[in-house]
Ligand binder design. Structure first.
Ligand code: NAD
Ligand code: UFG
Length: 355
């Protein structure tokens, strides 16, 4: 094994049996132990692929791998490695035939990115460079990339389609733009390369089994995990950032998408990947929900109280942001199936199961 490859006890060696299993092929999920990656692993497996996770667990828990195994009824392979580590990445790709990479590994906290822009560039952008170089060495030519609606900056028009102007309003957003540009160069640098950058809107919820879900470290920045902590009594109240936005009830509107719907969008992208050069596609529901819509749905579905207080607007926020998801329907044959009630119910079920 290469120096620093850091395979751990979760799956110390690559399973040679994977080559002989009845599978459409191996999908390597960088950041696969995270909130979104774990849900994608389930859907990828259900579609007949073999998911293999690669993660350094900097923002996720090792127990996710066991819980995924329980959910899928079979052991899940996970390589503990940092995408920035050339030796580890070379070892990972050198050991098996990967059909495609779903690249989720990245840091995503906007506030932290403002404090530590170099860390975000190093982890997200340089990490992607190292990953692509390792893929090049073994001829892996397909990638689905976790991009974000943050690439649209402050919305200029609604709904937001893929031709909306791009801008970075924080260092995290800059990393997503930088990586999308890097992927443009990568697909042009060799034959038969295929990339789909999926621009997620606001993923929330959890798997219906309540075995996997969102477990942010510390006090969350995002709305849904904050609502969950308030409902659990771990925080006294939700601060609603602005009650005077030009929206139907004065609070900020976003396009919340159930993480299982989001995961299924990745399977649809894998199925269409070979017909793409580098395409960017929104994954959202197309429906806006306000902060108070979320709070009220949460209370109604879960019988829980979410005390809240209107606070000043948060710097950098927009009144409303929601997707035009029609390209995903045309190009991938995908549309979101689950609604806000499903999202708040499943987020709460997962939180309750955590004890
Ligand atoms: P997450 O923090 O739960 O998952 C990210 C995973 O990547 C974690 O398991 C982490 O340990 C791993 N990771 C980070 N840096 C790594 C590195 N250098 N090497 C190996 N592993 C590394 O976050 P998530 O919500 O699942 O997000 C997944 C991806 O989707 C990220 O790229 C994020 O930017 C993107 N995204 C998320 C959202 C959202 O609201 N959750 C929205 C748009 C885009
Ligand atoms: N909100 C509150 N109180 C909170 C947290 C959030 O009122 O404690 C409000 C926000 O003002 C906003 C809405 O809830 O109106 C959603 O906020 P989030 O922080 O959950 O999500 P954002 O849409 O603001 O942004 C996040 C990331 C972006 C990313 C986007 C889509 O910060 O970088 O999700 O993925 F682009």
């Amino acid at each position: 094994m290469e120096d620093g490859a850091a395979f751990n006890g979760l799956s110390c060696s690559w399973p040679t049996t994977l080559h002989t299993m009845a599978s459409r092929g191996i999908i390597l999920l960088t950041g696969g132990a995270g909130f979104i990656g774990s849900h994608i692993a389930v859907e990828v497996a259900a579609a007949g692929w073999t998911p293999v996770l690669l993660d350094n667990f900097c923002t996720s828990e090792r127990s996710v791998v066991d819980r995924l195994g329980e959910l899928m009824g079979m052991p899940v392979r996970c390589i503990e490695a940092d995408i920035r580590h050339e030796g580890a990445m070379r070892a990972a790709f050198g050991s098996t035939a990967v059909h495609a990479v779903i690249h989720l590994a990245g840091l995503k906290a906007v506030g932290e990115s403002v404090e530590k822009p170099e860390l975000y560039h190093d982890n997200n952008v340089r990490g992607t460079e190292v990953l692509l170089a390792a893929m090049d060495e073994v001829g892996v030519r397909r990638m689905v990339f976790s991009s974000s609606c943050t690439v649209y900056g402050t919305p200029q028009r609604l709904p937001i389609d893929e031709s909306h102007p791009l801008s970075a309003i924080n260092p995290y957003g800059q990393t997503k733009l930088d990586i999308e540009h890097m992927l443009d160069r990568w697909v042009d640098a060799g034959p038969d390369r295929h990339v789909c950058s999926l621009r997620y809107f606001n993923p929330v919820g959890a798997h219906a089994s309540a075995l996997i879900g969102e477990s942010p470290l510390g006090i969350p920045n995002n709305l849904m995990p904050f609502v969950v902590m308030v409902a659990r009594g771990e925080l006294p109240e939700l601060g609603v950032f602005g009650g005077d936005w030009p929206t139907h009830d004065g609070t900020g509107v976003r396009d919340y998408i159930h993480v299982v719907d989001l995961a299924r969008g990745h399977v649809a992208a894998l199925d269409q990947l070979d017909s793409m050069h580098h395409e960017r596609i929104n994954l959202g529901t197309g429906m806006g929900a306000s902060v108070l819509d979320v709070v009220h749905a949460f209370e109604r579905m879960n019988g829980a109280k979410v005390p809240y207080a209107i606070r000043p607007r948060r710097a950098g926020d927009a009144a409303a942001a929601y997707a035009d998801p029609s390209l995903a329907e045309r190009r991938l044959g995908w549309r979101a199936q689950l609604g806000l009630d499903d999202m708040v119910r499943d987020a709460w079920s997962f939180a309750q199961r955590q004890g």
